[in-house]
Design a protein around this ligand. Structure first.
Ligand SMILES: [Fe+2]
Ligand SMILES: [Fe+2]
Length: 170
């Protein structure tokens, strides 16, 4: 079981890193005069913290140890809005792979509790990749500029924070 909980501790770090990077992206959008994108990214950062704490609570519930790790410095500047969203999508794909690897490990170790717990994250990653992917596609369509960018900014600004880890069955 040791390996399983090492991977949870590692993933808690990855989720906090996601929050940290999305906060950095939010700051970039604030700087570039896109308050809707900035607000969307702040909501996203909050969501990532709930992912980290959901895992944290699970590790404790299983009687295993939490060992928090150092969080890397995220990038602070990008070429344009599309480059930001492409980097975010790429990061989500990395997180998906990591969750999938954890699921493989849970199956290998016959750790049914971890396997079941991770189902929520497997589903969540489908949504994550889709929402970032949709924004990447929209930005490509409007070529990163003009009125389209302002409309998209307004649309993204409407997103509000919902703690999905609390609305789930637990
Ligand atoms: Fe996450
Ligand atoms: Fe995410």
């Amino acid at each position: 079981m040791r390996k399983m909980f090492d991977s949870f501790n590692e993933q808690i770090k990855n989720e906090f890193y996601s929050a940290y990077m999305y906060l950095s992206m939010s700051a970039y959008f604030s700087d570039t005069g896109l308050p809707g994108f900035a607000s969307w990214m702040r909501v996203q950062a909050k969501e990532e913290v709930t992912h980290a704490t959901k895992m944290y609570d699970f590790v404790l519930a299983r009687g295993a140890r939490i060992t928090l790790k150092a969080i890397d410095t995220p990038p602070s500047t990008w070429q344009n809005p599309l480059a930001v969203m492409e980097a975010a999508l790429k990061h989500e794909q990395f997180v998906t792979k990591s969750i999938n690897d954890m699921t493989d490990l849970a199956i290998k170790e016959k750790d049914h509790a971890s396997r079941n717990f991770l189902v929520w994250f497997v589903d969540e990653q489908v949504e994550e990749e889709q929402s970032f992917g949709d924004i990447v596609n929209a930005l490509k369509l409007i070529k990163n500029e003009g009125q389209g960018l302002l409309i998209l900014d307004r649309e993204l600004g409407a997103r509000t924070f919902v703690d999905e880890t609390q609305t789930a069955a637990d």
